[in-house]
Design a protein around this ligand. Structure first.
Ligand SMILES: [Zn+2]
Length: 57
């Protein structure tokens, strides 16, 4: 299996992107793009959710 080492733009930690994963597809399309690790992905998701909830309330 092919894995790529990508630096998370958020916490600057290297993480692995495995061939066939959704993130790998994104990486192949745009290797210079910004990618976040699982932790930061989750954090960003929660923040976005919180922002959305704040707007709704
Ligand atoms: Zn991160």
């Amino acid at each position: 299996m092919i894995t790529y080492k990508v630096i998370c733009f958020c916490c600057k930690t290297a993480f692995l992107v495995e061939e066939g994963s959704p993130k790998y597809q994104l990486y192949k399309k745009n290797m210079n793009g910004k990618f976040a690790c699982e932790n930061c992905d989750h954090k960003v998701y929660l923040e976005a959710r919180k922002g959305l909830m704040g707007k709704l309330l």
